[in-house]
Design a protein around this ligand. Structure first.
Ligand code: HAM
Length: 426
């Protein structure tokens, strides 16, 4: 095997410490989802590419540049597939496909899992990354918008990440956005000399995105740009006021950010992102979401409103590590089964199996080495007890040694599980 086989660039192996940190976040997400009435769903890791092209928008970075297209190497299928770059389009495809509009509305769905985007990897930006995604489909808001945003904010608190700021905006809807876009484009054209080359191109394809450009050259131009919130139609303005009033009623702090426009095309009205205070670079969003009232129709469904968010779990793991939180501590085995006869690994496994049948987390020492070395390893494991198999085994007894206190006594093998259970509880 060539020595240079490695995980693809932009992906990484989650070694046990990092996997445990991610698993902890997944547990918090699942518990919260259940508490707020969101039920879990799984969608395939790949979909027809059209789900993303139609749903997310063909001229977004995510679809234009970052989609991992999957070509089947054989078979009859003529479909083009792509790895999912996000979950919303797939979840909404599933909503339409399974007729969820006949379920009680809104349908509240949650999932955690890997997403794939082919982008230039850098700190906090991976080609495979994990999201917690939450969607509430079938409620026009504004109350549900605020409830969902509060759920996102709570996640960071429960995860132990302080200092997370919520940025909030409304980006209008198809009734009011076109007139605003006209004004925005006219404004940028009047300042075209100040725009970097890449932003000039985007002015033609997706002018809204210029507003949240992280190019320093754009900062001054954007400061004077017309703001969408000054151009909302009465319905969108009332909706936005409603979202804010509900957030205020819950005591959720937020900062209005008129430049926040999101990178996916399906959004209308409410848009929001979470950042660590003072860390608002492009790769630093901890999570984001918004309302997507036109999306279900784009995917072949009836007009149905929806709102959701996705939180980037890798970035939360990184932020927690940067804040000095160690990997979650996993409980050591309660006992390690060791033996006086180095060769009797079968005897040690037999006892361990019985204790595992009784639900106890134990390890059997499977090495062929002296008892002293086995005991040293048991101490290194952090186990509370060593179960020592010796000559008494013939009479149905083992020695139980308390590795913390050093005491040792003979115990009937038949009573061992009950005794250990009692000690664990005590
Ligand atoms: P998004 O803003 O594209 O939204 O992604 C949400 C979060 O996923 C980001 O804030 C970031 O934390 C994380 N993320 C995105 N790309 C990467 C990457 N390459 N590496 C590491 N983390 C990343 C969505 O995905 C929408 N589907 C959210 C949504 C749900 N809107 C409505 N419902």
């Amino acid at each position: 095997m060539p020595p240079s086989l490695r995980a693809p660039r932009g992906t990484r192996d989650l070694l046990p410490d990092e996997r445990a940190a991610l698993a902890r976040l997944e547990r918090i997400a699942r518990d919260l989802a259940a508490r707020y009435g969101y039920r879990e769903i799984e969608t395939p890791l790949f979909e027809q590419a059209a789900v993303f092209e139609r749903g997310i928008g063909a001229v977004t970075d995510v679809v234009e540049k970052e989609l991992f297209r999957v070509a089947p190497s054989r078979g009859e299928e003529r479909e083009t597939w792509a790895l999912r770059p996000e979950a919303t389009a797939g979840v909404c495809r599933a909503y339409v496909e399974h007729g969820m509009q006949t379920w009680p509305q809104p349908v509240r769905l949650s999932l955690t899992g890997p997403m794939f985007r082919y982008d230039r990897p850098q700190a906090g930006r991976y080609r495979e990354f994990w999201q917690w995604d939450v969607e509430a489909i079938g409620d026009p808001g504004p109350a549900v918008d605020a409830e969902l945003v509060e759920l996102g904010a709570r996640f960071y608190r429960d995860a132990g990440l302080g200092d997370v700021e919520l940025l909030l905006n409304s980006i209008g809807d198809p009734a009011c956005r076109p007139a605003y876009l006209g004004e925005l484009v006219a404004y940028y054209r009047s300042s075209i000399d100040l725009l970097p080359e890449q932003e000039r191109r985007r002015l033609e394809t997706n002018p809204l995105r210029l507003l949240d450009s992280k190019d320093p050259a754009m900062a001054e131009v954007n400061e004077r740009a017309p703001q969408i919130t000054d151009h909302l139609c009465p319905a969108c303005a009332a909706h936005f006021a409603g979202v804010r009033a509900h957030l205020d009623a819950m005591g959720v702090a937020y900062r209005l950010e008129p430049g926040l426009v999101r990178g996916l095309d399906y959004y209308a009205r409410t848009a929001f992102e979470f950042y660590r205070r003072g860390a608002e670079g492009q790769q630093q969003a901890l999570g984001g979401g918004g309302r997507y009232d036109g999306l279900l129709e784009l995917l072949g469904g009836k007009p149905t409103p929806g709102i959701g968010f996705a939180l980037g779990l890798d970035r939360v793991v990184l932020a927690l590590a940067a804040a000095g939180a160690g990997a979650p501590v996993e409980a050591p085995p309660v006992a390690v089964i060791v033996g006086a006869d180095p060769a009797d690994t079968a005897g040690r496994l037999r006892v361990a199996t019985g204790l595992r049948d009784a639900g106890l987390p134990v390890r059997a020492d499977l090495s062929v080495r002296k008892l002293g070395r086995q005991l040293e390893a048991a101490v290194r494991d952090g186990a509370q007890f060593a179960v020592i198999l010796g000559d008494e085994l013939a009479a149905g007894d083992v020695q139980l040694r308390d590795l913390d206190g050093g005491s040792q006594k003979a115990v009937a093998l038949a009573d061992l599980a009950t005794l250990l259970h009692r000690k664990v509880r005590g």
